[in-house]
Design a protein around this ligand. Structure first.
Ligand code: ADP
Ligand code: ZN
Ligand code: ZN
Length: 753
């Protein structure tokens, strides 16, 4: 009796999923893990199980393990065996899901849904687009021929006229607004005059465009970088590389050189780029080089469209997937290379559970697939650079711009001194002088404003003091009715007339809006043609593209914008970049603010002087001595890195340590507080060595009537934090109290929680 009881007690049970492409991923079957398989059955492995009445042997994946059976033990069957060396793409993705669950915290189900796209619902319609299938000149002839016919279909005429004006027309738009009969469209399609595509966001370009490929020969530095990586690949070394290349050094050309090599050997490539950089310009570079082998993912796609893209990848129809974070889960059967461009971008960290980081996840996926990882940035994240310093990544540096152009020279303007001398404009005298000069020379200017400054925080122009919310440690914002408000907690107070810090009366809202800036530029330079790019002017689907291509075609002299304009665009005629208020992001409260400021400034400075003429950047700031500003102006990454690293080290922030953020939320404030206290106790009991901060209210303590408490746990050892997460998960599973609360985890959070 005794023995049998023990046996059942120590037995392990596995949840097994059989068809992972099935829409309802939560359907699992429970099996017994036999003693002899105890060590080899782990989450993510492929196993053979007897299934159904006839005990047919089928394969499944282990997605969960536990000590207590959920079903009647006497009815459970044991796992037959573990599938040896299963390298099927599915098993890789399942392991990847297990990795996400373990390292970032989530249920296996949530993790699976992150890596496996949901099948298209039967009734989901594909969006269709119509475009010309013949050159424009020929289309004009077709239209004229049509017009000479008596009783010609006016629908066809309307469609052709429209297509002479725009590249593509929505099927919906054509049939509804232009009232073109679908039979007419199909007829034109049959005659080869138009083509109808089921939209996958970016259509493959027409051949004429593909022919325009620039013939680029890699320069010495680029060649060295590409050859090094290729040589490692050929000799079977699989590594992670960090390419630190100054802005305009031609990193993309290096990526493409390596990509070509990998594809030639029959393997596939994933290229991650930040959503914001997913512009026509970038995408066209990949298309012109690799043609139909490329597919693009973006976040506007429906789950069904993503599913289709993934099917194409699985079937071998394409060999390159370009997209944001989630493209990492493209089910390529023989993945050889993962590239992460602008590796430092915060958008590579997911903000939904599991809150994974694409960089670490890519390295893990590459390990499973035997693939190489290439990270690139002009301003590497402190995390990645420290790994390169320690030898975990291979560092490759591109010191020079691709065609040997000089880096822009940089000038810092102290806005406090500017004010003392009586200039209260957003544009300093020096910047104005340079603008006049560039307009005279018919060169172009970009003026950059940090988006976060849009709302106008309240600060003192004499001493730089920023008014903050007493509850949230965020800056207050001035509202029309003369009150200052906290955008996070709603705290409201009367606007002050004098600075609480120095008594000066020059306190007010820094109305750093792009619109305001546009007015000022137009007043100062009435003859200048000004384009503005911000959330207002880019509402339409192609709003970005229109503005950027107009500026590229030199239809404007000045481009004003938020950080959207600093990412990855190449304007050869820009010789002046003005950064209107460099310190806005320094006023943020989290430990990344120095890094973000440095990155933004460096990227902005890097926009200047990409062509033949040398560039100048003017950084206007209230904190000219701040290390992030100083090293960005000097374009000295190493100096910034060493100061930032020292600061992180001193305060034990990542990458010098790891942080686990635990959020407990509830509509009932007392429950949230009590539950967070219970979890903090549990952490203390689980591991007495880790540092615990809190519980305290989250950065946004209450959001939509839900109270949020945060606990931060710090330790050098990531695994200890994982153990704490697991202990909490186990506890929550058993806990009967405080059902109103929910808990989630964030490892090494990117933003203050
Ligand atoms: P990064 O990504 O490092 O900012 P890009 O790859 O976008 O740089 O290159 C910047 C510009 O320089 C692009 O217009 C690119 O076509 C051009 N370029 C890159 N490498 C070369 C080269 N070896 N010869 C000529 N032009 C190049
Ligand atoms: Zn002051
Ligand atoms: Zn507040």
């Amino acid at each position: 009796m005794e023995v049998l009881y023990d046996k059942i007690f120590f037995m392990k049970y596995a949840d097994i999923i059989i068809d992972i492409s099935h829409e309802r991923l939560d359907k699992t079957f429970e099996y017994i893990v036999p003693d002899e398989l105890e060590n080899s059955v782990v989450e993510g492995v492929q196993v053979v199980i007897p299934f159904g009445q006839g005990n047919r042997a089928i394969t499944g994946y282990v997605v969960g393990l536990h000590d207590k059976p959920e079903f009647d033990v006497t009815k459970l069957k044991p796992i037959a065996r573990v599938v040896k060396d299963s390298i099927a793409i599915e098993s890789q993705l399942i392991s990847l899901a297990a990795f996400l669950k373990r390292n970032y915290g989530s249920t296996m189900n949530q993790a699976l849904k992150t890596v496996i796209p949901i099948k298209r619902k039967e009734n989901e319609k594909l969006k269709k687009e119509i475009s010309l299938n013949i050159p424009i000149e020929q289309a004009k002839i077709e239209l004229n021929e049509l017009l000479t016919k008596k009783n010609h279909a006016v629908g066809k005429e309307r469609l052709l006229r429209e297509l002479l004006e725009v590249d593509v027309i929505d099927w919906e738009l054509a049939t509804k607004r232009l009232q073109v009969h679908s039979a007419n469209i199909r007829d034109l399609e049959k005659k080869g005059i138009v083509r109808v595509d089921s939209v996958r966001t970016y259509r493959n370009p027409h051949m004429t465009e593909a022919a325009e490929r620039k013939n680029i020969v890699l320069n010495e530095e680029q060649e060295f970088a590409a050859e090094k990586i290729k040589a490692d690949i050929d000799t079977g070394r699989r590594k992670t590389y960090l390419i630190h290349g100054v802005t305009g050094s031609g990193k993309t050309e290096v990526y493409m050189g390596v990509m070509e090599h990998v594809i030639a050997s029959g393997q596939q490539v994933i290229v991650l780029i930040p959503e914001i950089a997913l512009t026509y310009q970038t995408v066209m570079r990949f298309y012109t080089r690799f043609g139909d082998k490329v597919s693009i993912l973006n976040s506007r796609m429906s789950p069904g469209e993503r599913f289709d893209q993934f099917e194409r990848a699985k079937s071998g129809e394409i060999s390159i997937m370009v997209g944001p974070r989630s493209a990492l889960f493209t089910p390529f059967p023989n993945l050889g290379l993962i590239i992460i461009d602008e590796e430092h971008e915060p958008s590579y960290k997911s903000e939904v559970i599991p809150r994974y980081h694409a960089r670490e996840t890519a390295v893990y996926r590459a390990k499973l697939a035997g693939a190489t990882v290439v990270l690139g940035s002009a301003t590497p994240s402190i995390e990645a650079y420290s790994r390169a310093q320690s030898g975990e990544y291979d560092l490759i540096t591109l010191h020079n711009r691709a065609q040997g152009q000089d880096m822009a020279t940089c000038e810092i303007v102290d806005l406090r001194a500017e004010l003392q001398s009586g200039n209260r404009s957003m544009i300093s005298r020096r910047l104005k002088e340079l603008m006049a000069d560039r307009l005279e020379k018919k060169q172009q200017i970009m003026l950059f404003l940090n988006r976060r400054g849009l709302m106008g925080f309240v600060s003192c122009r004499a001493c730089g003091h920023v008014l903050k919310c007493p509850h949230c440690d965020v800056s207050l914002h001035l509202h029309k009715n003369g009150v200052m408000k906290c955008h996070y907690c709603g705290y409201t107070t009367q606007a002050t007339k004098t600075c609480p810090s120095c008594g000066s009366k020059y306190i007010g809202s820094f109305k750093a809006g792009t619109q305001r800036l546009e007015e000022i530029v137009k007043e100062a330079f009435p003859q200048a043609r000004v384009l503005r790019m911000d959330a207002d002017t880019t509402k339409g689907k192609d709003g970005h593209e229109e503005i950027l291509s107009a500026f590229a075609a030199q239809e404007a002299d000045v481009l004003i914008g938020t950080q959207m304009i600093v990412k990855g665009h190449d304007f050869a005629n820009v010789t002046l970049v003005g950064i209107i208020a460099a310190d806005i992001s320094l006023n943020e409260s989290d430990y990344h603010s120095g890094e973000r400021t440095f990155q933004l400034l460096t990227q902005a400075v890097g926009r200047a002087g990409r062509g033949k003429e040398a560039g100048v950047a003017v950084i206007q700031t209230y904190q000219p001595e701040n290390y992030a500003v100083v090293s960005a102006a000097a374009q000295d990454y190493d100096s910034f890195y060493s100061q930032e690293y020292a600061y992180r080290n001193l305060l034990s922030y990542p990458p010098c340590s790891h942080i686990l953020g635990i959020q407990v939320s509830s509509e009932n404030q007392r429950d949230a507080i009590a539950q967070a206290d219970i979890l903090a106790d549990l952490i203390r009991k689980t591991d007495s060595k880790v540092v615990i901060m809190g519980p305290e209210d989250a950065y946004i303590g209450k959001l939509k009537d839900v109270y949020r408490r945060i606990i931060y746990v710090k330790d050098d050892d990531y695994n200890r934090l994982v153990n704490i997460k697991d202990a909490i998960d186990r506890f929550l599973l058993e806990q009967k109290q405080y059902r109103s609360t929910s808990t989630w985890f964030d490892f090494d959070p990117i933003n203050t929680l």
